[in-house]
Design a protein around this ligand. Structure first.
Ligand SMILES: CCCCCCCCCCCCCCCC(=O)SCCNC(=O)CCNC(=O)[C@H](O)C(C)(C)COP(=O)(O)OP(=O)(O)OC[C@H]1O[C@@H](n2cnc3c(N)ncnc32)[C@H](O)[C@@H]1OP(=O)(O)O
Length: 447
């Protein structure tokens, strides 16, 4: 359902000839809220949102809400004023304040905030959509005005025709997403970070862009280890071999995508394992952190934790950005990236407070070049934090860190972080299409 009824009557003055009093006509206009595409769309797709049938210059408030699968509500609102024709198009009209201000056609999604502190928007079951409710209220009180129009929109994580295949092969625990037939498709392994489990939403969205993407669990899932102790590269090697030999995956090499701890593991895979053509690392570390990485008879020990460097923010959160020893000091913890022939793209939030992502990317670049390897591409996003997600996920700037055991700041400002997510999503697709030799699909960079 894209649009719905409503309304109080709008009053319009029609001036007749000079000398006659104006004729006042009561027009029974219905305010409508329309979304394009209507009814449903993919989570990473931009939406056109417009309201029609308002009075000229009418002040209104737009509100959005969605409920996550654990029952937490995420909400945003913004104040607007209709134009002279009683219309409001979020692509042309700036918000006057609220959860965001200025021209933000998708602000009602990316600026959402949870009603539960330190809660992050996570999609657990990609086979169901998030249902977003939007409403238009009369006036500028986000909680007060009469409801003028209302719409319900489904945001899906599986594009039409994308296939979801659970994988339980040897030790590998994963879910493979395949684009609509026919293949073969460039293959990518997708890794999340500390917390473990099997998060599928990024892989499912990316499969909608023409890639065979395997979301790979590595701990705290099914019969995998409950905790991260030693990360054995042999497990990841099995996953790489599985994907490379899949009949719908195009060879010869595959891609890796990893965020945070998943980025660190991606780097280790690209350093130790064969068959990895391209890797995108989102805010990853070049040092082993919190656990040992091992492959055959080699081990990379974790960097030292500098507990006395944990700071407290003015909001009472821990800031751990200085709490890891430099891998230039703890040299044995530096992942041997110089062994890799993989093409790298580093996506860096310059306000990452989890760890020093920009420093790590620069050190990797220096190390690769010093060994005659290809210079990696590094894209830095000012004021973006640690959790660079697919487009329109609201910023999670603080939350429980399972390695620290306390709420920490992850950094980032909502607007620049949202812009970073949008750009990063385009950049990584372009990079993978180029490196893995597929045709570049058209993607429109709009927020
Ligand atoms: C003083 C000492 C100093 C030491 C100084 C050390 C310095 C140290 C430097 C930094 C070191 C960085 C090291 C790597 C940095 C990363 O890797 S950052 C993390 C990146 N995270 C990811 O990529 C996501 C990974 N996955 C996940 O987080 C999990 O899959 C999920 C999403 C929580 C779901 O897992 P699950 O097992 O199904 O979750 P569930 O059983 O429902 O809940 C588990 C816990 O998570 C919480 N949770 C669940 N869903 C959510 C949600 N949506 N939002 C928030 N919390 C949630 C629950 O409340 C629950 O907490 P408890 O009740 O147990 O307290």
């Amino acid at each position: 359902m894209g649009l719905q009824r409503v309304v109080p009557p709008a009053t319009t003055n029609y001036s007749r000839s000079p000398g006659h009093p104006p004729l006042t006509v009561q027009l029974e206009m219905e305010a409508t809220l329309s979304l394009e595409p209507s009814g449903r769309s993919c989570w990473d797709e931009p939406l056109s949102i417009a309201v029609r049938g308002l009075a000229p210059e009418q002040p209104v408030t737009l509100r959005s809400v969605l409920r996550d699968e654990k029952g937490t509500l995420f909400r945003a609102h913004a104040r607007y004023r209709a134009d002279n024709h009683g219309e409001l198009d979020l692509a042309r009209t700036p918000a006057l304040g609220g959860s965001f201000s200025g021209l933000e056609p998708m602000g009602l999604l990316w600026a959402m905030e949870p009603d539960r502190p330190f809660w992050r928007l996570v999609k657990r079951d990609v086979q169901t959509p998030f249902v977003v409710e939007l409403e238009v209220l009369d006036g500028h009180e986000p909680d007060g005005g009469q409801r003028l129009a209302h719409a319900v929109h489904e945001r899906h994580f599986l594009a039409p025709g994308v296939r979801r295949v659970p994988v339980r092969e040897g030790r590998v625990r994963a879910t493979l997403f395949l684009p609509p037939e026919p293949g073969p498709f460039p293959g990518i392994i997708d890794l999340f970070g500390v917390g473990g489990g099997l998060l599928e939403y990024r892989a499912s969205l990316l499969a909608g862009k023409g890639f065979a993407v395997m979301a790979l669990a590595y701990y705290n899932y099914d019969d995998l280890p409950k905790n991260m102790e030693t990360m054995h590269m042999e497990y990841f090697e099995e996953a790489v071999n599985y994907l490379r030999s899949h009949p719908e995956v195009k060879g010869p090499g595959i891609g890796l995508l990893g965020i945070s701890k998943g980025g660190e593991l991606g780097l280790a895979m690209a350093s130790f394992l064969k068959g990895i053509t391209a890797a995108v690392v989102i805010n990853g570390s070049v040092a082993a952190v919190g656990n040992t990485i091992s492959y055959k008879d080699e081990t990379i020990p974790p960097v030292t934790i500098l507990r006395n460097q944990v700071k407290m923010t003015k909001d009472g959160l821990k800031d751990v950005v200085d709490a890891l020893q430099s891998p230039l000091v703890d040299k044995k913890s530096f992942i041997p990236v110089e062994r890799s022939d993989t093409a790298f793209l580093f996506l860096v939030g310059q306000d990452d407070h989890n760890w020093k992502s920009e420093f790590y990317a620069d050190e990797i670049s220096k190390r690769l070049q010093a060994h005659g390897k290809e210079k990696p591409q590094i894209i830095c996003y000012p004021a973006a934090g640690h959790y660079i997600e697919p487009p329109y996920f609201p910023l999670c700037s603080a939350g429980m860190h399972l390695l620290v055991g306390a709420n920490i700041t992850f950094g980032g400002e909502p607007k620049p972080h949202a812009m970073a997510q949008l750009d990063a999503w385009q950049q990584l697709q372009t990079f993978f299409h180029k490196q893995l030799g597929s045709e570049c699909l058209h993607v429109s960079p709009k927020i």
